[in-house]
Design a protein around this ligand. Structure first.
Ligand SMILES: [Zn+2]
Length: 385
């Protein structure tokens, strides 16, 4: 919990970004299931008061592991440490990206609580991350995603600090963005139609501009994929802090109407606006899909006499094509990105045995190669490094 006492900075979203509505992300977010999110919240609440040294905090860790195991995740790592003399654990679940496997989009939230069951602080962030993990399980993303559930946030951010000190820094981890979700339940009975998107305004200043950019992108995604409005404010007092102090690029979400019950025995589901949490889930999934560049596995039609050979994949600037049956024939070649926008279109009047295609100017990512010749159609999904 934290109190945003003075709104020093409160920029209303008025930034034109290059982001546009992505129908695939919209379809993904439409699959968010409110019952699933609410069920996660009820289970979280039933686990009890998750303070250091309690069985409840260990049970919650085990519950999280079983959730990811049941979803089919296999890269599940425990990060053990001591906080205030008690042994406790961060949970790190990794989904490997197809184009940038060693660059990470981190989505995180803490699961420890203070005085109460912490259903808002931070059952809400926990439930949202779980739902995002459920929906992205079988979706390709260009960047790797780490779903991280930190312990010991309520005792001076010790969980995230431990992870930064013992994993991020020594491994020189390549992090694209840290997206923290903490206490986003709103106040039941109030009009909860706005979410605060948090940007780094603290030293060092080297990462602040990038954080501002990513936070604008977060806000745009929230507005594209949920019915919520956004406000930009400053980041403080949650698990992104150790990352931003280290120079990493962060962003975060925090409720606009602040619950009066955080860190009390009354932080329970009855005081949360469940519709608000559901909308934040959709917006968060849209943002995570955007940050990690989720893309649709293309349904490539079978071609019976397909002698198309393309290499190397992934490519690094040039593709070599060979289609034995079409050597010497004209072909039309199209390369489109995953949303169907054409990036390259050319007619080759006489196909070589090994036809070199220059694609140096395309940005890294997933594309569809489409060739048409002699009433034959050839499709191939390609990746550029
Ligand atoms: Zn919290």
């Amino acid at each position: 919990m934290k109190r945003r006492l003075i709104l020093l900075f409160c920029f209303f979203q008025a930034v034109a970004t290059a982001q546009t509505f992505n129908p695939f992300y919209s379809a993904l977010t439409a699959n968010c299931n409110q019952d699933s999110v609410t069920q996660n919240l009820m289970e979280f609440e039933a686990l009890g008061i998750k303070e250091l040294g309690t069985s409840a905090i260990d049970d919650t860790y085990d519950w999280l592991v079983s959730k990811y195991t049941n979803l089919g995740y296999t890269d599940i790592v425990v990060d053990d440490f001591f906080a205030n003399g008690w042994p406790t654990k961060n949970l790190i679940v990794t989904k490997t990206g197809t184009v940038y496997p060693d660059t990470y989009v981190i989505i995180d939230g803490h699961y420890d609580t203070k005085n109460g069951t912490g259903t808002n602080d931070n059952g809400t962030g926990t439930a949202i991350i779980l739902e995002a993990a459920r929906l992205l399980k079988n979706i390709n993303t260009e960047y790797s995603i780490k779903f991280i559930h930190f312990s010991a946030e309520e005792t001076s951010l010790q969980g995230s600090q431990h992870y930064v000190n013992t994993d991020v820094v020594p491994n020189n981890m390549d992090i694209k963005i840290v997206f923290n979700i903490d206490q986003v339940g709103g106040v039941n009975g109030m009009t909860n139609n706005t979410i605060i998107c948090e940007q780094d305004m603290s030293p060092p200043s080297s990462n602040d501009a990038q954080s501002a950019l990513m936070t604008n992108e977060l806000a745009t995604c929230i507005e594209l994929y949920s019915n919520l409005m956004t406000e930009i404010s400053y980041a403080y007092g949650s698990d992104y802090v150790p990352f931003m102090n280290q120079g990493e690029i962060i962003t975060g979400l925090y409720e606009k109407n602040q619950t009066p019950y955080a860190h009390t025995t009354q932080d329970s589901i009855e005081y949360i606006d469940l519709d608000y949490v559901y909308e934040i889930t959709k917006g968060s999934l849209g943002a995570l899909s955007h940050f990690a560049i989720a893309y649709e596995e293309l349904a490539i039609p079978e071609n019976k006499s397909n002698d198309l050979n393309v290499f190397p994949i992934p490519s690094d600037g040039y593709l070599t094509l060979s289609i034995e049956s079409l050597v010497g024939q004209p072909i039309d070649l199209t390369i489109s990105n995953i949303s169907g926008a054409i990036s390259h279109k050319t007619r080759i009047s006489s196909l070589n045995v090994e036809q070199i295609v220059d694609i140096m100017y395309l940005r890294p990512g997933a594309y569809l190669l489409y060739i048409e010749a002699q009433n034959q159609r050839y499709y191939k999904q390609i990746f550029l490094k």
